[in-house]
Write a protein that binds this ligand. Structure first.
Ligand SMILES: [Zn+2]
Length: 132
């Protein structure tokens, strides 16, 4: 098989995989056997989207929750994997109060806006609680 025919076979199988909602390749081969889809050789690379969305992690073992308000705040900075929000924001940062589980989410254009979000969270949420 030359390079161009390999690329065509790869593109066709990836296209079926994507069109069918990222169905696994065993199902694609079964559909091929039943002559429901066009031929492909099954020698294809792993789909990046499937790898990102189907990853699992084990849960944390018994965690003791904090018993005082604002004693511990969890934060996470993430991205939308090349699909920005309607407003064109590509990142998000979260702040979760461990005691109340209250969560604030800020959408960001660039990652360095996270510091501004932290300041906003502190002035709008945390400071009033500390005063009261
Ligand atoms: Zn996939």
């Amino acid at each position: 098989m030359n390079v161009s025919s390999y690329m065509l076979v790869y593109l066709v199988s990836s296209l079926w995989h994507n069109r069918l909602g990222h169905v696994n390749y065993t199902r694609l081969k079964e559909m091929l056997r039943l002559e429901l889809i066009l031929n492909f050789d099954g020698n294809i690379e792993r789909c990046k989207t499937c790898i990102l969305t189907k990853m699992t992690r084990s849960s944390f073992p018994n965690i003791q929750r904090i018993t005082k308000l604002l004693e511990l705040i969890h934060s996470d900075l993430g991205d939308f994997h090349s699909t920005p929000s309607f407003g064109g924001k590509k990142y998000y940062v979260t702040f979760i109060n461990d005691f109340t589980r209250y969560c604030q989410v800020y959408l960001l254009h660039v990652k360095n806006e996270a510091l501004g979000s932290l300041r906003m969270n502190l002035s709008r949420i945390v400071k009033p609680l500390l005063k009261g």
